[in-house]
Design a protein around this ligand. Structure first.
Ligand SMILES: C[S@@+](CC[C@H](N)C(=O)[O-])C[C@H]1O[C@@H](n2cnc3c(N)ncnc32)[C@H](O)[C@@H]1O
Length: 254
């Protein structure tokens, strides 16, 4: 039997947003692995695929790959090289190994560390990637705000980027999406004004999108300082340079 490694995007949270192709891979895999940053924190991705795995006659091996929440590049590289060795050994033994990841595997994902380590250290391992619904597109749907139309330029920005770089990026974008700690929106708003966004630019903050506890706030850039935002790593902010019609009565501001 020839083994294979498959990176599978399981979408933003709602298990119904897992693709048919992802479900097929989850049902056929010998090993399901997932990234874990803290031993005592449950994996969101694993929770999302629980039902699909339950439906299997023979449960797969479930393998937790620990990774450090550190910015020390050497530490990160070493740990992912170790994880790659574990995965490669299983694939070389003929197993189909699926790595599940939130949203899409190719967008700011822990999958990419493993993918890189496997490509570098084990070039003979057969690899496949199944895309997933990203939190970016899911957040746009939840906020009912288009991400880009016609010739608009859209930029996706990690919120903790240097403020100067955020300003420079914003100058060249019609629409911006902030990921990773988008709850920093109150600090980001003045930077966007400096970059030419107006107080009337449309803003949406979407927390925990597509999950039962989802929270969406839509308004103008001038409203942001009055929002009760609170911290949540699982948040995405969308900012449109142009004004977009918001219909509060019809539930656009939730
Ligand atoms: C490491 S990135 C993973 C992105 C993921 N691969 C994707 O395609 O959406 C983590 C960031 O994704 C965003 N995110 C992921 N899931 C989310 C959700 N359900 N609701 C809001 N934001 C989410 C947040 O900005 C979070 O800080």
């Amino acid at each position: 039997m020839v083994g294979k490694f498959i990176g599978v995007g399981v979408g933003p949270g709602d298990p119904e947003l897992i693709t048919v192709k992802a479900v097929k891979a989850l049902k056929a895999a010998d090993v399901i692995c997932f990234p874990k940053s803290h031993a005592n924190k449950p994996s969101m991705a694993l929770g999302m695929v629980k039902q699909v795995l339950k439906e299997r006659a023979k449960p797969p091996e479930v393998l937790e790959l620990v990774f450090p929440m550190t910015k020390d590049e050497l530490d990160v590289k070493r740990l992912w090289a170790e994880n790659a060795a574990i995965v490669a050994a299983k694939v070389e033994a003929g197993k189909v190994v699926v790595f599940i990841t939130l949203g899409d595997p190719m967008l700011y994902s822990t999958f990419l560390y493993l993918y890189r380590s496997l490509r570098e250290g084990y070039p003979n391992v057969r690899l496949k990637i199944i895309p997933g619904v990203t939190s970016v597109t899911a957040a746009a749907a939840s906020a009912k705000l288009p991400l880009a139309e016609m010739e608009e330029v859209i930029s996706i920005v990690p919120s903790d980027l240097d403020p100067g770089l955020i300003e420079e990026t914003a100058r060249h974008a019609d629409n911006l999406v902030f990921m990773k700690c988008a709850h920093r929106l109150k600090d980001l708003a003045p930077i966007l004004v400096k970059a030419g966004f107006t107080e009337d630019s449309t803003v949406a903050l979407v927390k925990r999108c597509t999950l039962p506890e989802e929270k969406v706030v839509v308004g103008r850039l001038s409203d942001v300082q009055n929002w009760d935002i609170g911290e949540d790593y699982f948040s995405v902010a969308i900012i449109k340079r142009s004004e977009f019609t918001i219909n509060k009565e019809k539930g656009d501001v939730l």
